[in-house]
Design a protein around this ligand. Structure first.
Ligand SMILES: [Cu+2]
Length: 200
């Protein structure tokens, strides 16, 4: 019953606003810059949209769940499977567990200029991981696997830092990754042996 007058009121308001807006004097130069900024915004939004569709940009977790309380019993994150592994197609995968107050394993060695898939899980509370100079920055939410593919641009020592407050020892929660030149890097011995048996 009261919808009709409300609709009319809204229409009137919109009409008034539009008339007033049309009456505003916008300087030629101002108009030019408004147009340029709109084009720039449109360009950025376009690039992000295209990138998201064609390069598969998505939030770190593809909603892969895991039971945090029994990681040691899981196939993938059992203690022996942590660290660097290379599969038959030479894809390098790193599996790490975050727990108060460290990342396990504490130290790994990976090749530079090689795409590396890092898979992270938490054994207790919410953690974060950040590796400066790379795109590696994600939350590690208990119960979920966080996966990010990154490439270390050059050899060196890269710190791995927790960037989510996780308790009193949070500021001691770090680890490090040694990145060595691609040609000097050798796939870890145990992974190839284990890779074979794992596929059985
Ligand atoms: Cu922390």
């Amino acid at each position: 019953m009261q919808i009709e007058p409300l609709k009319q009121k809204c229409e009137q308001l919109f009409r008034d606003f539009y008339t007033e807006f049309r009456g505003i004097h916008i300087d030629q130069l101002e108009r030019k810059w408004i147009t340029i900024s709109m084009v720039v915004i449109g360009l950025f939004v376009g690039i992000i949209t295209i990138d998201a569709f064609f390069h598969g940009v998505n939030p770190p977790s593809k909603v892969e769940t895991i039971d945090s309380a029994s990681l040691h019993l899981s196939k993938e994150f059992a203690e022996d499977n942590l660290g660097v592994q290379v599969d038959d197609k030479d894809n390098v995968t790193v599996r790490m567990v975050a727990g108060r107050y460290s990342f396990f394993p504490k130290h790994i060695t990976v090749p530079a200029e090689t795409p590396i898939t890092l898979r992270w899980v938490s054994m207790d509370v919410l953690h974060g991981v950040h590796i400066p100079m790379t795109n590696m920055s994600t939350m590690i939410v208990p119960g979920y696997v966080a996966e990010i593919t990154t490439t270390f641009p050059k050899p060196g020592e890269y710190p791995v830092l927790c960037n989510e407050y996780c308790g009193l020892g949070h500021n001691h929660m770090w680890s490090n990754i040694s990145v060595i030149a691609k040609e000097d890097w050798e796939a870890p011995e145990k992974s190839s042996a284990k890779g074979g048996s794992n596929h059985e």
